[in-house]
Design a protein around this ligand. Structure first.
Ligand SMILES: O=C[C@H](O)COP(=O)(O)O
Length: 249
């Protein structure tokens, strides 16, 4: 099954109204040259700004997190239906910064994925190992554990409506990128694990790489057979860099 490429920017906790507008305008101006679908995942307060800027374009927008709860007395949480209300197509779930700074377990990540799908959003489900885990030769075990929790919750039917992102924690914001071979090895493992549940879903699943993807390494990474795009942090804040990654897909 032919898979299309997706290049999604994760702005993390950066920006303000003026800077965002310049960024959105810059991305819009060059989006036609992108070979990948482009998306930006912005901080919650700027979803309306993203919607206003990107409606009617080919660029999608989304959030960086979502509550596992549908609605109710959950102060500070933002529900999937609310994201839908703002036109989001995507919600990142289980980013390693959420897992490590906010104690999100594999089960919470799975429940958030489920909540997103139930509201019609596409979760970008992040998995990845720490440096200690890689050096301890348990990368495969960690990725499998993270993925299996999601599979147990949403099943193949849910994965058919999801995107997975492999983000080695040691490569995030460090300038150290997984080599194309290292990344491909884990992407192939993810696809094989999903294939054990449903081969068709696995064949169609978009698996993004994230972790210091930049214009100078994007092409080689995305040329790997199981790498279907990127989840971009730092380079997503510079229109020329983000667009160059989209053009390299
Ligand atoms: O979600 C994006 C990743 O954490 C990658 O961030 P980075 O490109 O700054 O390394």
């Amino acid at each position: 099954m032919a898979r299309t490429k997706l290049v999604a920017g994760n702005w993390k906790m950066h920006g303000d109204s003026a800077a965002n507008q310049a960024l959105l305008d810059g991305i819009k101006a060059g989006a036609a040259a992108s070979k990948a679908t482009l998306a930006v995942c912005v901080p919650f307060p700027y979803l309306a700004q993203a919607r206003a800027a990107l409606s009617g374009t080919t660029i999608a927008w989304g959030a960086q997190d979502v509550s596992r709860h549908a609605q109710g007395a959950y102060t500070g949480e933002v529900g999937a239906a609310m994201l839908n209300d703002f036109g989001c197509r995507y919600a990142i779930v289980g980013h390693s910064e959420r897992r490590s700074y906010h104690g999100e377990t594999d089960e919470v990540v799975a429940a958030k994925s489920d909540a997103a799908i139930k509201a019609g959003l596409i979760p970008i489900i992040c998995v990845g190992e720490t440096l200690a885990e890689r050096e301890g030769n348990i990368t495969g075990q960690v990725i499998t554990r993270q993925l299996d929790a999601v599979i147990a919750c949403i099943g193949a039917a849910g994965l058919a409506k999801s995107v997975v992102a492999y983000e080695p924690v040691w490569a995030i914001g460090t300038g150290k990128t997984a080599s194309p071979e290292q990344a491909q090895e884990v992407h192939a493992l993810i696809r094989a694990r999903v294939a054990a549940v449903d081969a068709n879903v696995a064949a169609g699943l978009q698996i993004l790489y994230g972790g210091s993807m930049k214009p100078n390494n994007a092409k080689e990474l995305m040329a790997q057979p199981d790498i279907d795009g990127g989840l971009i942090g730092g380079a997503a804040l510079v229109p020329a860099d983000f667009l160059a990654i989209g053009a390299a897909a």
